[in-house]
Design a protein around this ligand. Structure first.
Ligand code: AMP
Ligand code: ZN
Length: 494
């Protein structure tokens, strides 16, 4: 079977085949670095990361490019408010974006910055002017004449016939009803960053950035272009108009859009008080792995309703996977293998693949691994797992984690980084008791843990289960999981 993906352009699920043999060239519209990224942004970026990882697992090499929009209306406004230069302002949030992405195990794409590609953007506008598709307004701004691109609206399925030719719009984002000739290049305004270029002074419009940088990095026509569903119109529609009116070729063969996330059933907004960055969640004591797991748990085209109950549940799920790996890796299993476990591992790998090939059905892939864990744990308890069953079961878990990336435990140091950042930013008051407790639990030294575990062993050998349980509870509050098996007591940090 091959991967089947929904293509916004055709409004259908299609079989995905890269244009070049074994290489997938993909582009995602990256962040506008005017603030910390929120969980809605990361919902989309995690979805694209899962896709990229699945391409790789399917044997493709992947070229994945993401732009950093470091000049736009919002940036200019916020930098002026903060009283610092656009460069200082964007550098801070670009770094934060890279740190946050790393925190939830998003593998870095190749980043390209708008401000480092300005001459190329001016040259692109020149070509559009030569073709009579773009025109210069009196103030020195340039606009795309959408009447010259009859296919305008093909991605968003909007009918723009009867629209007023020559009516113009300057802002980067606008609603569906006001499709007009859009700004490719904006003439300088007092207090705004501007560049001297071959087409005159000014700055690029947001849509132009993505057309120029995606084509420069990936060619005139590449495999897949991704973003959140809000980008379908006007952003992606405009990218298509700009690029395709020049090349006559499809800019991208697949258009991949992630559905917007809700928080507790509502649209996320600062005024509703339900607006969260990743750092906000960690400050509340949640682990980065739980956040990633939750963001990945709903297939990208379904609406993910982010809730704190869901986040807690995600933590339990991740823990179950980590414990399972620990249990299987601990060894001390009887020699041999069982047909049931061998086939369970193989079937699980096949089920996960089939789920992901079905338009990236992450929920089903997670379901498959939990079914395996449930059955294998039951077999474990019944003493029906043998030594040679462990490698294939661990292999299935590894394949799962090549995509989901939650099993390795590095939550502690990442949470520590967020708490250090909060201190440095003068936001110490935002560090909750839950985060402090999580950090302290990570601070118990190995020797101290061993001492308590030794105490448990001694108590149990004297059948003093009360004393053993008390020690176990102490360890649990310190974030240490203790497992008592036939072959003794093991522990690990949460
Ligand atoms: P921005 O920084 O606002 O340009 O957004 C970066 C990415 O996050 C874009 O792909 C947006 O479509 C996406 N995005 C923004 N809000 C949400 C949301 N609530 N749910 C999912 N994706 C979102
Ligand atoms: Zn874009």
């Amino acid at each position: 079977m091959a991967l089947r993906l929904y293509n916004t352009m055709s409004s259908r699920i299609e079989e995905f085949r890269p244009l070049r043999d074994q290489e997938v060239r993909m582009y995602a519209c990256g962040p506008t670095v005017y603030d910390y990224g929120h969980i809605g942004n990361f919902r989309t970026f995690v979805a694209v990361d899962l896709l990229r990882r699945f391409f790789r697992q399917s044997g493709y090499s992947v070229r994945y490019v993401m732009n950093i929009t470091d000049v736009d209306d919002k940036i200019i406004r916020n930098a002026a408010q903060a009283g610092i230069s656009v460069q200082q302002f964007t550098a801070k949030y670009e770094t934060a974006f890279a740190e946050d992405s790393a925190m939830i195990n998003i593998e870095p794409p190749k980043f390209v910055r708008a401000t480092e590609n300005i001459p190329q953007m001016a040259a692109f506008v020149s070509k559009l002017v030569e073709k009579g598709i773009a025109y210069r307004a009196d103030d020195g701004s340039y606009y795309f004449r959408i009447a010259k691109f009859p296919a305008y609206g093909k991605l968003s399925k909007k009918d723009f016939h009867g629209m007023l030719d020559g009516a113009r719009v300057d802002v980067d984002e606008y609603d569906k009803d006001s499709a007009r000739d859009f700004a490719l290049w904006k003439a300088p305004k007092p207090g705004e960053a501007s560049w001297d270029t071959a087409i005159g002074p000014g700055r690029p419009g947001w849509h132009l950035e993505c057309s120029v940088m995606s084509m420069q990095e990936l060619g005139d026509s590449f495999d897949l272009h991704a973003g959140g569903e809000d980008l379908i119109f006007p952003h992606h529609e405009n990218e298509i108009a700009q690029s395709e009116s020049l090349t006559g070729q499809p800019l991208a063969h697949f258009w991949f859009h992630a559905r917007f996330l809700l928080v507790e059933g509502e649209k996320m907004s600062k005024s509703l008080g339900n607006f969260f960055t990743l750092r906000d969640l960690v400050l509340k004591g949640h682990k980065p792995s739980s956040i990633r797991y939750l963001l990945a748990s709903v297939p990208y085209r379904n609406q993910l309703n982010f809730t704190f109950d869901g986040l807690k549940q995600a933590a339990v799920s991740v823990e179950r996977l980590r414990n399972f790996r620990l249990r299987l890796s601990a060894g001390n299993l009887p020699e041999g293998s069982t047909a049931t476990m061998q086939s369970l591992a193989g079937e699980t790998i096949a089920r996960m693949r089939a789920a992901l090939e079905d338009d990236l059905n992450t929920a089903q892939a997670q379901g498959a691994i939990f079914e395996m864990v449930r059955q294998a744990n039951a077999a474990f308890d019944a003493g029906e797992i043998r030594k040679d069953d462990a490698p294939p079961l661990l292999d299935a878990l590894k394949k799962f984690d090549e995509i989901f990336a939650v099993v390795d435990d590095d939550d502690g140091p990442k949470m520590k980084q967020v708490s250090d950042w909060a201190r440095a930013e003068g936001r110490e008051k935002d560090i909750t008791q839950e985060l402090r407790a999580a950090l302290e639990s990570g601070a118990l030294s190995e020797a101290e843990i061993e001492k308590k575990v030794e105490g448990m062993r001694a108590a149990r050998s004297e059948r003093d289960f009360k004393a053993s349980d008390a020690l176990r509870a102490e360890l649990a509050t310190a974030g240490v999981i203790v497992e008592i098996g036939k072959d003794g007591i093991r522990w690990r940090r949460k």
